[in-house]
Design a protein around this ligand. Structure first.
Ligand code: ADP
Ligand code: ZN
Length: 562
């Protein structure tokens, strides 16, 4: 689609040209009228009053009469002359003093004022713009990204093809977006896409592929694209995307990881080389009700507890931190450590039962993940998912107790509420908590403002689309190799600073300097990492530090540890 404002200017130009023609015709008519009156004046003066005047004097007389100036130096003295003078005065008033200004105001002045008051969207970024982020598409994820970029002072330009949306964004939120269709090469050039630091695509899959191809025909700027259908990932890569983010699949996996209660591997959130990061609910384990010191998790399994979730808040624990029934521990360790844990807990994933409400792309991804780890599950959806040939769902509205009971909610250990409707997710959470007090409820929040309500309704864990999506994008922009645990908590790598080569961890005082905590030391990605190295461990140049901390602590590491 071509930008409409360009068309408006074009139309305005056309109209102005038409109006100018009408004005010229009218002026010609006025000139003719003056000439005819001047000729008549000459004729009448000569034949009525026997006085002879030049044609120029005639024009002079007509103009002074028509403009009602009437100097009175040349006047008629006969009745017929007075009548003629009256007619000239009247036609002067009508054609010269009324119609002419009226025409000029309505045809030229009013449209000009209207045009200058009309909203003029931004059609291109300033000439010298560089190292900016171009964001195509506005939804809660890109909105959250915009807020993060604003806080960090990183220049960005949103490009939207909806005129009203551009206008509303500027008038209501003060964000000046560029108006245009990003699949148009001309618009991309106006966005200085070739000099941008990154291009973020968050439109439909087809539009995204189209834009990727257009960008690649112009420049090599990195492109990060959010993907709706995981099966399109290959296409995105083929078209030339640098990073493809299957957000719905990631959300599905995060939900499933956090809804399972049995076994260990189905809790693995991510991996960092050979290091696995898992989130394990304390409920039902021998660790419940003990302090971290008394639970002896490290001693028994080799796993290090690096964080504890308590109803949506993550804390860095110390040895005295109490593990409650609701706590979820974030552990890091190797595959072997997790196997030891599984044996210790004595529960296998097959003994679990998770109910998934909503068989959209996110629900389907959760189901796929659980299937992979042999965790039994039941899917409920109002309608069958035509894109999934692998899972069968119980068809029915999950807001109905009969449906929930029929799907054996009383036997379920975990529940994933993952419809695209937050109010429905709040309802399921409330109803399910009422029907099964011990259920582990994990809910998806489509809008950030519903996170608190979901926790209040009884959810044990809420995964927010917005927060996961915007953090992944921010990590990509920062070129970070890090894992996002929650808003405010990351696990990241950092090279050993030169000044710290061959020194002990204690003497480096990394925590005192940056606030971040070393959770492991890595020597090449293939080798076993050293988890929670003791303070007297000597760090050498061939090691990489793996740390946990807030984004600010991570920034401090990058700034202070060279
Ligand atoms: P996404 O692809 O982001 O997961 P979708 O809109 O495709 O989102 O999927 C949401 C799913 O949730 C749909 O299949 C819809 O039928 C289902 N759903 C919505 N409300 C209910 C409900 N009250 N009971 C059961 N399923 C529901
Ligand atoms: Zn499915």
């Amino acid at each position: 689609m071509r930008p409409i404002s360009g068309e408006l200017v074009y139309i305005a130009g056309m109209t102005a040209r038409k109006h100018l023609k009408a004005l010229l015709a009218y002026c010609t008519f006025l000139v003719c009228m003056v000439l005819v009156y001047a000729k008549l004046f000459q004729y009448l003066m000569l034949h009525l009053e026997g006085r002879e005047f030049s044609f120029i004097a005639g024009i002079y007389w007509v103009l002074t009469v028509m403009t009602t100036l009437g100097f009175g130096d040349i006047t008629f003295h006969t009745d017929a002359g007075y009548v003629f003078a009256g007619i000239v005065t009247l036609s002067g008033m009508v054609f010269l003093l009324i119609l002419l200004p009226f025409g000029i105001i309505s045809l030229f002045l009013a449209p000009w004022i209207e045009n200058s008051l009309r909203y003029n969207p931004l059609l291109e970024v300033p000439e010298r713009t560089r190292d900016h982020v171009v964001i195509c598409g506005l939804d809660p994820v890109t909105r959250a990204l915009v807020s993060k970029l604003q806080v960090r002072g990183i220049p960005f330009f949103l490009v939207l093809s909806n005129y009203d949306e551009v206008r509303r964004l500027e008038e209501d939120e003060g964000i000046r977006a560029v108006y245009g269709d990003p699949s148009d090469a001309g618009v991309l050039l106006k966005l200085r896409a070739d000099r941008a630091r990154h291009i973020i695509l968050n439109l439909g899959d087809k539009e995204n592929v189209n834009i990727i191809l257009t960008v690649r025909s112009l420049c090599t700027t990195p492109i990060a694209a959010l993907l709706d259908e995981p099966c399109h990932a290959e296409l995105f890569h083929l078209a030339g995307a640098s990073q493809v983010i299957p957000l719905k699949r990631i959300l599905g996996r995060y939900l499933a990881t956090r809804a399972t209660t049995k076994g260990a591997f189905a809790h693995v959130l991510d991996s960092f080389g050979k290091l696995l990061i898992a989130e394990l609910p304390v409920h039902g384990t021998p660790f419940s009700g003990r302090t971290l010191k008394d639970a002896h998790i490290r001693e028994q399994t080799g796993l290090a507890v690096v964080g504890i979730w308590e109803r949506g808040k993550i804390i860095i624990p110390n040895r005295e931190t109490l593990l409650s029934e609701q706590s979820v521990i974030v552990v890091v360790g190797t595959r072997e450590n997790l196997e030891t844990l599984e044996k210790l807990i004595g529960e296998l994933p097959g003994q679990d039962m998770v109910m998934i409400i909503g068989h959209g792309r996110v629900g389907c991804s959760s189901a796929g993940f659980l299937e992979h780890w042999s965790v039994p599950f039941v899917l409920i959806d109002r309608v069958a998912n035509p894109d999934c040939g692998e899972h069968e769902a119980v068809i029915g509205d999950a807001t109905s107790r009969t449906i929930l009971k029929g799907a054996a909610i009383d036997r379920a250990e975990g529940l994933i509420a993952t419809t695209n409707d937050d109010s429905a997710n709040i309802l399921f959470t409330l109803a399910s908590r009422h029907l099964n007090r011990h259920l582990r409820i994990v809910a998806r929040a489509n809008r950030e403002e519903n996170v608190t309500q979901l926790y209040t309704a009884g959810a044990d864990f809420v995964v927010s689309n917005t927060s996961v999506g915007s953090n992944i994008l921010m990590n990509i922009l920062d070129n970070k190799d890090s894992i996002f645990l929650s808003e405010g908590m990351h696990i990241f790598r950092h090279p050993v600073p030169e000044a710290m080569h061959d020194k002990t961890i204690r003497s480096c005082r990394i925590r005192e300097i940056t606030g971040a905590t070393i959770i492991a030391l890595e020597r090449g990605r293939k080798e076993e990492p050293t988890i929670i190295p003791p303070p007297d461990t000597v760090i050498t140049r061939d090691m990489t530090l793996i740390l946990i901390g807030s984004p600010e602590q991570e920034t401090r590491c990058r700034e202070l540890l060279h």
